[in-house]
Design a protein around this ligand. Structure first.
Ligand code: ADE
Length: 421
């Protein structure tokens, strides 16, 4: 480990590769670069300390640079023990960013690094999963009066924030960046769809065509995973607990089954629910020889790997992200230790996708700072829709796609109620 007062990373000599990877990411992140350019000119974050607990990837590196361009001081740690790209962490450390992260962190280091970010005394927090907000509220309440607000990147974090609001525990406003329509479309749907299969293929090299793939959860992530698996020729079965989503899956042409029934059919199981023990020991006992268990939800709680470990007669690591368990004489394979497979075994969502997500983060930080006197304490707030639309426009521009505008006559028509048949 290489460390100083301002960083702790795996190996500082990886910095050159990290800088190249960030250069590559940047070339696909035109929308975020537009914001970076404006930030550099307008300095909206001057004097603001931003503390992040985000996956430390090449794309996150570009967000960090964007915030710094806007005048912010930044400290960052990871939000999952297996998702850090060590070369990027090294490059950020070399650039002078406060960064504490390495791939394969112990639980102790994970929380020590979060504490480092908290001790940086951020005015704004950026979270992916709500661990930073939760640690501040549990152990560092004295810092809260200085915190303007926070931003949350993922569905799991939003679920936790709403639970905090219900308990009257949340003490500062948090923008639900995850709920931006641009975020749901690009990140949850297209991003998770592609990167989950990328992670599974890199971890196992399995063929999807002809396989039965059971997708647990049909939110935006589950829809994306189902679509991409179908595109590769898999027979997709969806499991759901929400009636509307189950209906949508059925109408989208997927077989919908209770997991108890799907368990004996699946070759590959993918959880994307945000809940815990979705695949439990009872389901595993019903699975067939060779079944693969994969999670792409934020936390490693979705597959009850601990129960499998306890009950299995043997366990061995077949390769880096593939563990074999023998349960009742059958071999089952858990990929990426049940941690989110797209970041554990692959590189997360592609840069174009993260560009739109991180436009949301950058604009949310600016929105919090600009309007800091207008929020009423512990609330989960949405980014104003016009900013969400601005992100769509920036991304379209980055893609070179032009689109139409309403004529004055059409605007008038839409605004009036008199004209009928
Ligand atoms: N979440 C999913 N993919 C990601 C990526 N490439 N960078 C940061 N966070 C992510």
């Amino acid at each position: 480990m290489d460390s100083s007062e301002t960083y702790e990373v795996k190996d500082l000599s990886l910095a050159e590769q990290g800088a190249k990877n960030m250069e590559l990411a940047e070339s696909h992140m035109g929308a975020l670069l537009e914001i970076k350019k404006r930030f550099a000119k307008e300095q909206p974050l001057k004097g603001i300390r931003v503390g992040l607990a985000l996956h430390v990837t090449k794309e996150t590196g570009i967000l960090v640079r964007t915030l710094i361009a806007g005048g912010a001081d930044v400290a960052i740690t990871g939000c999952n023990p297996l998702s850090t790209q060590d070369d990027v962490a090294a490059a950020l450390a070399k650039e002078g960013v406060h960064v504490w992260a390495y791939k394969g962190e112990t639980n102790e280091d994970y929380y020590r690094y979060i504490t480092n970010v908290i001790e940086f005394k951020p005015h704004v927090t950026i979270d992916d999963g709500c661990d930073l907000v939760s640690e501040i509220h549990k152990k560092h309440e004295a810092l809260i009066p200085e915190i303007i607000g926070g931003c949350e990147e993922t569905t799991t974090g939003i679920i936790r924030l709403h639970a905090m609001v219900r308990d009257k525990a949340l003490k500062y406003p948090v923008v639900a960046v995850n709920d931006n329509k641009t975020k749901h479309l690009l990140d949850n749907y297209y991003g998770t769809g592609q990167s989950t299969l990328d992670g599974i293929m890199r971890a196992s090299n399995v063929l999807f065509a002809g396989k039965t793939v059971v997708v647990a959860g049909y939110g935006s992530c589950g829809k994306g995973v189902s679509l991409k698996a179908k595109g590769l020729g898999a027979n997709v079965v969806v499991t759901e607990v929400d009636a509307f989503r189950a209906l949508q899956a059925a109408l989208d042409g997927f077989r919908v089954l209770p997991l108890n029934e799907a368990a004996s059919e699946g070759d590959i199981f993918i959880t994307v629910t945000g809940n815990k023990s979705v695949i439990d020991l009872a389901h595993m006992k019903l699975m067939k020889e060779g079944a693969m268990l994969v999670n792409s939800g934020h936390f490693d709680a979705e597959i009850n790997v601990a129960a499998l470990q306890k009950e299995a007669s043997s366990e061995r690591r077949i390769r880096e992200f593939m563990d074999e368990y023998v349960l009742g004489g059958k071999k089952l394979y858990v990929l990426g230790q049940g941690r989110l497979i797209n970041l554990a075994a692959a590189e997360g969502h592609p840069s174009e996708v993260m560009s739109t997500s991180f436009c949301g983060q950058a604009l949310a930080v600016e929105h919090l700072v600009k309007n800091k006197d207008s929020f009423s304490g512990g609330e989960v707030i949405q980014l104003p829709p016009e900013l969400d639309d601005e992100i769509a426009k920036l991304q379209l521009k980055a893609m070179g796609v032009e689109f139409d505008t309403l004529t004055p006559e059409q605007q008038e028509y839409l605004a009036s109620w008199q004209e009928g048949t």
